[in-house]
Design a protein around this ligand. Structure first.
Ligand code: MN
Length: 255
């Protein structure tokens, strides 16, 4: 099996190499990842300039460093390597649950694979952003067996195009199927000042309100690995049915 591994934290991220380590148990692995951090780039693609990559060594393993977005990396990786069977992205430094799924470069890289008809899994784990990566213990050994199990479950489940996986703090209890938590958006902009006295702004998020049972956030809080199957079709089918069956306005025809 050919497995392409990518992320949005950049080619040197410890999470990327932990994921590649597990992936090697399933087949041959190629790492194609952004040269610098591309978190929260979502599904951006590079269209006004060409892309370049450099073959490099990280921890004794070959990796391809791309001057592009996470989605670019997967597109380029799949272009250069015939018949990729599976794309794995992450392990992201920080959870990608709820509305963060929309912002995430990690999820978008997996989504890019789905666009190309390659099944993909995005992995994310908690990360304390108040500390540098080298100051905190990123114990990927504790979740490696769960990553392995998730990949096995994914491969056994026929036809699943895209799976979003998030790990809880510490050793997980078990894996659990969940749905994306949706709540009112809590992103806000905080104004401040730079050392020269110029105004600048920080994008920030305020704490959540309540946690709904069965969601990704709920599973994480209960100590489970959250597995959310995602789809590429964003159509709101219930509303579409409602709109079609309601008396159609001028220019619309019901069906
Ligand atoms: Mn990231």
């Amino acid at each position: 099996m050919r497995i392409l591994v990518s992320n949005d934290d950049g080619v040197y991220s410890p999470g990327l190499h932990a994921l590649a380590r597990v992936a090697r148990k399933f087949g041959s692995v190629r790492i194609v990842a952004p040269d610098v951090e591309q978190s929260a780039m979502s599904h951006a693609i590079t269209i006004r300039r060409p892309l370049h990559y450099v073959r490099t060594q990280v921890d004794g393993n070959v990796a391809y460093r791309v001057d592009g977005t996470p989605a670019d990396c997967v597109a380029l990786g799949a272009h250069h390597w015939d018949r990729v069977d599976l794309v794995l992205t992450g392990i992201n430094l920080g959870l990608n649950i709820g509305h963060n799924i929309w912002h995430s470069g990690t999820v978008a890289a997996a989504k890019q694979a789905s666009f190309l008809g390659i099944p993909a899994i995005a992995f994310s784990a908690p990360f304390d952003f108040s500390l540098a990566a080298e100051e905190q213990e990123l114990d990927y050994d504790a979740i490696e067996s769960h990553i392995e199990r998730v990949i096995e479950v994914f491969l056994e489940t026929q036809g699943m195009p895209l799976l979003n996986v998030n790990f809880p703090e510490g050793k997980p209890q078990d894996i659990l199927w969940t749905r994306m938590s949706v709540r009112n958006y809590e992103g806000s902009v905080i104004p401040s000042e730079d050392p020269m006295g110029r105004k600048h702004y920080w994008f920030a998020e305020t704490p959540r309100e309540r946690v709904e049972e069965g969601t990704d956030r709920w599973a994480i809080e209960q100590g489970y690995v959250s597995l959310t199957p995602l789809r590429l079709n964003l159509t709101d089918d219930d509303r579409l049915t409602e709109l079609r069956s309601a008396s159609a306005g001028p220019g619309f025809s019901g069906s």
